[in-house]
Design a protein around this ligand. Structure first.
Ligand code: C5P
Ligand code: C5P
Ligand code: ZN
Length: 470
C-alpha cells in the first residue's frame, strides 16, 4: 500500500491543478480535507466538490469539466469502469466492483493501475475497508508520502470514527490503529478509556443518558425526569455554579458510579454481559481543540461534519477541518441543530408507520418524509435501537429529492456479516437487475433504483440474503 501511495503522491506532486471529488459524510469531508491540505502545502492548486454518490449522471458532469487531474476520495472504487477514461486517482475503502473476495493477487493489483487511473484501496491487499481503515485513512496514506503531513492523522481518526469503524470493538483496529499511534506521537490525538456515549463534551450529563441510543439504556433512554433522578440517587450533581455539568467535568469516582449503575440495569434486565461491556471503550480526544467543544472529541467532531455534508454544506465542514474556528464553525453548529431535528422527525415517522418484517429482511419506506441523505443514518439507528429484530438486516427506501428515483440504504450487524451476509454485493447486484446502481460495505451499503421497482428489489434482495446467510 505504501508503494502505491507513493506512486499516487508523486503523480500529485507533478501536477499544478487537482480537482477533489468526495463523499458528503464525515469520512468524505475529512478525506477531502486531508487531500486539500496536502496539495495546498505542496503549493498545488486544489478545488473540491462533494457528491451524494457517484452516479453515472454525476460522472458525466464531472467528465465535461475536463479537469487536468481528479482525486476521488472515499468513493470511486465502485465505479472503476465508468471512470476508466478519466485521468484520475482514487483513494477509497469501499468494496471494489466486480470482486468482493478481498483476495487479489499481484496481477489484479497491477491491473487497476493503468496509465490513467491509479487506485489505492485496502480491499486489494486483503485489508477490510469497513473496519480497518476509512476513506480518510486511505487518503492520509497518500498525504504522508506528499510531505510532512502526520498532523492530518487527526482527521483520519475523525473519518474512521464517523464511519463507525471503532464501534464494534470499542476501539480502532488494523491500519486505523497505526494511524492513531502516529497521531498520538505527533501530539494531535490522545486516547482515553471512557464511556461509549455520545455528547461527552457538549451535552449536559442527564441529556447524555436520556438521548443514548447505542447502546440503548433500559428504563432511562428517552426519560428526562428518570435520568435526573438516576443521577441524584448516585449523588452526581447535574449543575455546578449555575451551569450544566458535562461528562468531562466529572471525576473518576462519579464516572465509575454512573457506569456501574448503568451496567447493573442492563444485566438486571437480562441483556448479555457483552452489552454492558460495550458501555466503556476508547475515546479519542484532540488536545489542540478547546475542551467542552464538539471538536475536542472524535464522535462529536464527526457528527458536526455529517450535519454539514448531508445538507449540501460539505464545504463548511471542509473549512472547519482546515482550521476555521469562527464563521464556519458557527455555521456548522447551526446546521447540527437542524440535523438533530431531522433525525428525531425521521425516527418518529418510522415509529408511527412501523417496520415491515419479511423472513430474511425487514424494511421501511420513508417516501418523501425521510431525506435520502440521512436514510442510511436512520436505518442504522433503527437497527441499533433494540426495538427491531437484529437477526436480519434492515432496508430503508426514500424518494430522492429531485424525484428521479428511489434511494435504498441497508444496514446489518457484525454477526450477520460473520455468517456470510454481504450487503455490498446485494446492493450492487440487485440494483443492477432493476436498472439501478449500488455498492458499499458488507455491513452497510446503499443503492439508487428507478421509481416503482421497490417490490421487485425487495423480493430479489431477500432471496440473495437468504443464500448468503448460512
Ligand atoms: O460511504 P462510507 O464508507 O463513508 O460510509 C460507511 C457507512 O457504513 C456509514 O454510514 C457507517 O455508519 C456504516 N457502518 C455501519 N457499521 C459499521 C461500519 C460502518 O453502520 N460497523
Ligand atoms: O447511503 P448509505 O449511508 O446507505 O450508504 C452506505 C454505504 O454504501 C456507504 O459506504 C456508501 O458510500 C455506499 N453506497 C454506494 N453506492 C450507492 C449508495 C451507497 O457505494 N449507490
Ligand atoms: Zn467512508
Amino acid at each position: 500500500m505504501k508503494k502505491r501511495a507513493k506512486e499516487i503522491a508523486d503523480t500529485m506532486l507533478d501536477s499544478s491543478d487537482v480537482h477533489i471529488v468526495s463523499h458528503i459524510d464525515a469520512d468524505g469531508i475529512t478525506s477531502a480535507s486531508i487531500a486539500y491540505a496536502a496539495l495546498n502545502r505542496a503549493g498545488i492548486n486544489a478545488s473540491v466538490q462533494f457528491v451524494k454518490q457517484l452516479e453515472e449522471r454525476i460522472i458525466g458532469d464531472i467528465k465535461e469539466k475536463k479537469h487536468p487531474l481528479i482525486w476521488f476520495t472515499d468513493l470511486g472504487s465502485g465505479q472503476l469502469d465508468s471512470l476508466a477514461a478519466l485521468k484520475c486517482v482514487i483513494t477509497d475503502h469501499h468494496e471494489p466492483q466486480g470482486d468482493s473476495s478481498g483476495n487479489f493477487d499481484r496481477g489484479d493489483i497491477l491491473s487497476y493501475s493503468t496509465k490513467k487511473t491509479i487506485e489505492l484501496n485496502p480491499h486489494r491487499y486483503g485489508i477490510d475497508g469497513s473496519t480497518e481503515i476509512s476513506g480518510a485513512g486511505t487518503t492520509y496514506l497518500v498525504a504522508k508520502e506528499m510531505g510532512d503531513n502526520v498532523d492530518l492523522s487527526k482527521l483520519a481518526v475523525v473519518g474512521a470514527v464517523g464511519d463507525m469503524q471503532a464501534s464494534a470493538r470499542g476501539k480502532l483496529i488494523g491500519l486505523n490503529r497505526k494511524i492513531l499511534a502516529e497521531g498520538e506521537r505527533e501530539g494531535v490525538v490522545s486516547t482515553t478509556m471512557d464511556a461509549q456515549l455520545y455528547g461527552l463534551e457538549s451535552r449536559p450529563i442527564s441529556k447524555v443518558i436520556e438521548y443514548a441510543s447505542d447502546p440503548l439504556l433500559p428504563g432511562l433512554s428517552g426519560d428526562e425526569i428518570g435520568c435526573m433522578n438516576f443521577l441524584e440517587e448516585l449523588n452526581v450533581p447535574i449543575k455546578e455554579d449555575g451551569g450544566w455539568r458535562k461528562w468531562y467535568h466529572l471525576d473518576n469516582s462519579e464516572k465509575r458510579r454512573i457506569i456501574s449503575a448503568l451496567a447493573d440495569r442492563i444485566l438486571n434486565r437480562g441483556y448479555p454481559p457483552s452489552y454492558a461491556r460495550s458501555l466503556v471503550g476508547e475515546v479519542y480526544i484532540f488536545p489542540g481543540e478547546e475542551p467542552g467543544t464538539m471538536l475536542h472529541e472524535a464522535k462529536e467532531f464527526s457528527t458536526l461534519l455529517n450535519s454539514c455534508g448531508r445538507y449540501r454544506k460539505g464545504k463548511v465542514g471542509l473549512e472547519v477541518c482546515l482550521g476555521d474556528r469562527e464563521k464556519k464553525l458557527k455555521e456548522a453548529r447551526g446546521l447540527l441543530k437542524g440535523h438533530q431535528k431531522v433525525l428525531v422527525d425521521c425516527l418518529r415517522t418510522i415509529e408511527s408507520q412501523g417496520v415491515e418484517q419479511k423472513e430474511y429482511l425487514q424494511y421501511f419506506h420513508g417516501g418523501y418524509n425521510i431525506p435520502e441523505t440521512v436514510l442510511g443514518t436512520v436505518a442504522g439507528m433503527v437497527l441499533g435501537s433494540g426495538r427491531v429484530d437484529r437477526s436480519i438486516p434492515i432496508l430503508g427506501f426514500a424518494y430522492t429529492e429531485d424525484d428521479e428515483g428511489v434511494k435504498v440504504s441497508s444496514r446489518a450487524t457484525r454477526s450477520l456479516v460473520d455468517s456470510g451476509l454481504d450487503l455490498s454485493q446485494v446492493m450492487s447486484n440487485i440494483s443492477k437487475k432493476v436498472g439501478g446502481e449500488g455498492g458499499g460495505h458488507a455491513i452497510a451499503a446503499g443503492a439508487f433504483i428507478p421509481m416503482g421497482t421497490e417490490d421487485k428489489f425487495l423480493k430479489l434482495a431477500e432471496n440473495m440474503v437468504k443464500k448468503q446467510i448460512r
